[in-house]
Design a binder for this molecule. Structure first.
Ligand SMILES: C[S@@+](CC[C@H](N)C(=O)[O-])C[C@H]1O[C@@H](n2cnc3c(N)ncnc32)[C@H](O)[C@@H]1O
Ligand code: SF4
Length: 295
């Protein structure tokens, strides 16, 4: 008689993780009120990823297990002076490329945008746009969305207009859908940083096991390999791609301790406050929806 084990195995990591995000810029021309960047200061002040680092990442095969990479984390990606070249380099591997932008530079960077497979434009609100997306101009945003309609259709780019679920988001979503629902998908995401904004209130954080340490990483513009887009400061440094390959980082001491801590539920502060868990699953969802809309 075959006896079945009565426990599930612990997660097993593949030889190389999927890369969720490569941050091309850590600086921004906006100062949005709900932006997480304010909570994750870094010692290293690198503003933009270097072309040499992007080429090194590709040449050493760090994207070999990736199917769709987004060129963002903190900061505004379209500020990178060589954004078009970076998109070309990443796309040359066959990986699909996406990006989230604040939408302020769409008209100026249309040639780069035309090369993307997927784009999120962060809008959040039309009524309160300039109060939420500080330094932003609603007039420029609306002009840019007009340019984007033609470009997205011509180059078959899937575009999502995104709202973070701030007060009154439901009505704002309806408004945006009325204006742009014919051309773009409109979606909302939860405010993932509530425990940072309201630390005095004991907000629930997710208690599910996060699978990021077994499946996915994000790369900051200074080469730091971190677990995900939530840990975008110095809290988690699994290694650095300026000195290592991703395969080396993925076998390293830091990632192994992070996995052990997760299994013991002995979370670091940034993980203990996480409102999302396994952000790469969110990424998978985006990818699947984008495939469905495209074909
Ligand atoms: C930090 S931004 C960087 C990219 C770009 N500057 C932008 O605004 O789209 C990355 C993503 O985080 C989202 N975001 C900002 N604040 C958030 C929050 N509190 N909760 C969840 N997502 C947030 C933005 O809408 C954007 O899609
Ligand atoms: S535009 Fe993006 S990176 Fe810039 S402040 Fe707003 S959410 Fe943050």
């Amino acid at each position: 008689m075959i006896t079945k084990p009565n426990i599930l195995p612990t997660p097993i990591a593949p030889p190389l993780p999927e890369v969720y995000q490569i941050e091309v810029s850590s600086v921004c021309n906006f100062n949005c009120i709900m932006c997480p960047t304010q909570f994750f200061p870094r010692k290293d002040k690198t503003k933009f990823i270097s072309l040499d680092l992007v080429k090194k990442i590709i040449d050493q095969g760090d994207l070999d297990a990736s199917y769709f990479v987004e060129l963002q984390m903190s900061g505004e990606p379209l500020l990178h002076p060589n954004i078009e070249e970076i998109i070309d380099i990443v796309k040359s591997t066959g990986v699909l490329v996406g990006m989230s932008t604040n939408g302020s530079m769409i008209a100026k960077k249309l040639e780069a945008i035309a090369k993307l497979d997927y784009l999120t434009v962060s809008i959040d609100s039309l009524s309160e746009y300039e109060n939420i997306r500080k330094n932003g101009s609603k007039e420029i945003l609306l002009e840019n969305l007009e340019y984007l309609i033609g470009t997205a259709q011509k180059y078959n780019i899937v575009v999502d207009l995104q709202l973070v679920e701030l007060e009154g988001w439901e009505k704002e979503k309806e408004k945006i859908e009325k204006m742009y629902g014919f051309f773009f998908n409109v979606r909302s995401v939860p405010n993932c940083y509530l425990p940072y904004f309201f630390s005095e209130i004991n907000l629930p954080t997710s208690t599910e096991l996060c699978l990021n340490p077994w499946l996915s990483v994000s790369i900051a513009c200074n080469g730091n390999v971190t677990a995900c887009c939530i840990a975008q400061g110095d809290d988690i440094q699994l290694g650095n791609l300026k000195e290592q390959t991703l395969r080396e980082v993925w076998q390293g001491r830091e990632i192994r301790s992070l996995r052990k801590e997760h299994l013991r539920k002995d979370y670091r502060p940034v993980c203990a406050k996480c409102y999302m868990r396994s952000p790469f699953l969110f990424h998978w969802n985006l990818y699947l929806q984008s495939i469905k809309r495209r074909y």
